[in-house]
Write a protein that binds this ligand. Structure first.
Ligand SMILES: Cc1cc2nc3c(=O)[nH]c(=O)nc-3n(C[C@H](O)[C@H](O)[C@H](O)COP(=O)(O)OP(=O)(O)OC[C@H]3O[C@@H](n4cnc5c(N)ncnc54)[C@H](O)[C@@H]3O)c2cc1C
Length: 423
């Protein structure tokens, strides 16, 4: 006899209850869980999604400032960071199976208008809530049960599937998909339950770290006086270099340039900022017409005056360029183009768009997201140790990994149905 669902809460699916034993139980109705559910249900599988929040897709709804940077024109493994032994090569098969063009086709099918911003980032021009609704409508159209307000507390692997305990009763499924996200941004449902449940099923967790977060500076940093200034900068951190916008805040550094730095930053590391990435400040000072000017006036044509006054050493700022020693000129170049700053910390989980770390990718099949440790278990989305850069890559990973798992679930159901009966 298959195990039965006991004392389960009423579910939010037009009053419909879930099957006693679902083909697929998906834990977490975020971007990855919804995409996986939609695809698996569309292939005829009975799917139940368990979500602790009052509504599905809360993080998706706040993503991209409420407009969801839902993918990027160009997505490849190099846009991701994984600590597992395969590194970001782990992402390649899933990204190949579900590309930005695939996502764009869906967005167009759903009649959701979008626009391209800098660096190939694709954002909706309407509320991200519309994307959540499109996904949930599709799920429900295919008979998927979405049980909101259902907090999963424990999971157990059985001989023929899984039993999932919630605060309102237990649910059973032949296959289980963990799509529980990360603890980043707890205001929109982020939490660490996924790590705990994955560990209960035998997986190892790479220690999570708040990333894509602003960086805090020491309280005596002169850069804290620059609150509100925003400008494009070059950033170098270890072997990584990029250019993007930096925003000074009362706590430290924010904006895409700083959020990206938080992904590579480790405690004690210095970040090098180039406030004039398009210029050669040494050459500017060497130009004949520069000699009569002060470096303060020369640079204030290119940078906000407050920033120039903070960067330049007081004793040289107001002297004529022609009067400066070679060492003084080098000090100015260093201050403007190789400005080293050592953050104190990231701004933490409450302000982090993602967590690095998660389920070790060495324990998951990269083509299908199938657990290599537990039969019929799948792990998708941010719960895995796959972290995208800023620019639509994390949502794209949620779509691609959710889709990879759903296709495998459908493929193995078809294979089972086609197999000759053994008795
Ligand atoms: C403010 C913000 C803005 C962002 N903007 C972008 C962007 O524009 N582009 C981009 O690519 N990425 C963005 N990201 C990152 C992106 O949103 C996430 O990487 C992505 O949503 C992860 O999807 P997921 O399905 O793996 O996890 P989630 O969306 O976090 O879904 C996990 C779900 O599991 C549920 N859950 C947790 N514990 C339990 C439990 N015990 N029982 C039942 N359910 C549970 C949660 O409530 C949640 O709904 C942003 C993140 C934040 C915080």
């Amino acid at each position: 006899m298959p195990p039965k669902r006991r004392n389960a809460q009423p579910v939010q699916n037009g009053g419909q209850r879930g099957p006693d034993v679902a083909d697929v139980l998906i834990l977490g109705a975020g971007a990855a869980g919804l995409m996986c559910a939609r695809e698996a249900a569309s292939k005829g599988l009975s799917v139940v999604l368990l979500e602790r929040g009052p509504v599905p897709g809360r993080k998706l709804a706040v993503s991209g400032g409420g407009k969801a940077n839902f993918t990027n024109r160009a997505v490849s493994p190099k846009d991701y960071h994984c600590d597992g032994s395969r590194g970001n090569a782990f992402c390649a098969p899933a990204l190949k199976g579900f590309t930005p063009e695939h996502m764009l086709r869906l967005v167009q099918e759903w009649n959701l208008p979008f626009e391209e911003r800098t660096h190939g980032q694709l954002f909706l021009t309407v509320s991200a809530q519309r994307l959540v609704r499109a996904l949930t409508d599709d799920c429900r159209k295919h008979g998927c049960v979405i049980a909101c307000g259902t907090t999963v507390t424990a999971v157990e692997a059985l001989a023929d599937g899984f039993s999932v305990q919630t605060e309102g009763g237990s649910w059973h499924g032949k296959a289980l998909v963990l799509a529980l996200g990360s603890p980043a941004w707890p205001q929109a449902g982020g939490g660490g339950a996924g790590y705990r449940l994955a560990e209960e099923l035998g997986h190892n967790i790479i220690a999570p770290r708040a990333v894509l977060a602003p960086l805090r500076l020491n309280s005596d940093s002169p850069l804290l006086d620059l609150t509100g200034i925003s400008l494009p900068v070059g950033v170098t951190l270890g072997q990584h270099c990029w250019e993007d916008d930096l925003l000074f805040t009362h706590e430290g550094l924010s904006g895409p340039a700083a959020l990206k730095a938080s992904l590579y930053w480790a405690e004690g590391a210095a970040i090098t900022l180039n406030f004039l990435p398009e210029q050669d400040v040494a050459a500017l000072m060497d130009a004949p017409q520069a000699g009569k000017q002060t470096p303060r006036a020369l640079l204030a044509r290119l940078l906000p005056q407050r920033l120039v006054d903070t960067l330049l050493p007081e004793e040289t700022a107001r002297r004529k360029v022609a009067e400066l020693s070679r060492a003084a000129r080098v000090a100015i170049v260093e201050a403007v183009q190789r400005h080293a700053v050592t953050p104190q910390a990231t701004a933490g989980l409450k302000k982090a768009e993602a967590c690095s770390g998660g389920v070790n990718t060495d324990e998951v099949d990269p083509k299908t997201m199938r657990s290599l440790l537990q039969n019929n278990l799948f792990v998708v989305g941010e719960l895995l140790d796959v972290t995208g850069l800023l620019g639509g890559y994390n949502l794209h990973w949620a779509w691609a990994s959710g889709m990879a798992a759903a296709r495998e679930l459908a493929r193995s159901a078809t294979a089972r149905a086609a197999a000759p009966a053994t008795d």
